[in-house]
Ligand binder design. Structure first.
Ligand SMILES: NC(=O)c1ccc[n+]([C@@H]2O[C@H](COP(=O)([O-])OP(=O)(O)OC[C@H]3O[C@@H](n4cnc5c(N)ncnc54)[C@H](OP(=O)(O)O)[C@@H]3O)[C@@H](O)[C@H]2O)c1
Length: 255
């Protein structure tokens, strides 16, 4: 029997790499994002060409009706949810100094990155708990956090705050769901080449030329997807509430 993986933000970047990886490992994939299906049709055609069984659910993570519909459509199509990858996330539309951050930007980033992740996890956890246990565990949940959970960027504070919150979501759900046979872990990417970072390419190119990154290059979405796939695998049965940096060693403090 195939596992079903729900991947928010699975249309592009890290989420798409995770969809391709988990799909190639034999999972049925439920992709959730806010763009129109036509926009991503070529991407979906590639998944089909790889022999991956997928459906797309369009909606916004910060909308409670959309989150509910995502779970309903996944269960309607595949009968169950075994894996949840909470990948969807946004950066502020505009980088602004902390002293000038707007409430509107704060609400948008927190609504998608934090509230959306919190309440989708709550819904999916209830679904997993209600399901018959047919695999080694009842479920694997992976949150895509960020190095920004612990690193200060004063010109996009709302993003850092949201990712620090995601880190606590990992801890809380790991604790609550352990007795239910569901493990919850987190992957923390550093600087990965995706649409999200394309707008600040020059800044990061300059950083890689300096000495802040032991592995001095852009990370690839596929490299993050490997870590996500590991945390989703049946090899992970006694590890919960942990995170793995996928950041070229950026977290190492140097003297
Ligand atoms: N790239 C990096 O360097 C980096 C570093 C650390 C952490 N991360 C984290 O990794 C995750 C993926 O980032 P990425 O770089 O792959 O970003 P990306 O290329 O911009 O992709 C973001 C994905 O999220 C979806 N999304 C955006 N808003 C949404 C909403 N309201 N509801 C549902 N889906 C939504 C997007 O699709 P639509 O636009 O169609 O909705 C897209 O599929 C994010 O959580 C990000 O914070 C990235």
């Amino acid at each position: 029997m195939k596992k079903t993986a729900v991947i928010t933000g699975g249309t592009r970047g890290i989420g798409l790499a995770a969809a391709r990886k988990l799909g190639s490992l034999g999972c049925s994939i439920v992709i959730f994002a806010s763009g129109a299906q036509e926009k991503y049709q070529q991407t979906f055609d590639v998944l089909t060409g790889m022999g991956i069984d997928w459906i797309y659910v369009r909606g916004s993570l910060d909308d409670s009706d959309d989150r509910k519909r995502l779970v309903e459509e996944a269960v309607k199509r595949y009968g169950r949810i075994d894996i949840l990858v909470n990948d969807a996330g946004v950066a502020p539309k505009e980088r602004r100094d902390l002293l000038e951050m707007s409430e509107e930007s704060f609400d948008r980033v927190m609504g998608i990155n934090l509230k959306g992740t919190m309440f989708l996890t709550q819904l999916v956890a209830k679904q997993m708990i209600a399901q018959e246990k047919i695999f080694t565990l009842k479920g694997h949940i992976v949150n895509v956090g960020s190095c920004s959970a612990a690193v200060s960027s004063v010109n996009r504070g709302e993003y850092c705050i949201s990712k620090a919150g995601v880190s606590m979501i990992t801890t809380l759900f790991a604790d609550r769901l352990a007795p239910e046979g569901i493990v919850v872990n987190e992957v923390r990417p550093g600087v990965i080449a995706t649409d999200m970072t394309a707008k600040v390419k020059e800044k990061y190119d300059r950083m890689f030329a300096g000495d802040q990154f032991p592995i001095a290059r852009w990370g690839r979405p596929e490299e993050v997807a490997e870590a996500i796939a590991f945390f989703c695998s049946d090899a992970v049965t006694y590890t919960t509430g942990n995170y793995l940096d996928v950041d070229g060693g950026f977290h190492i403090r140097r003297l």
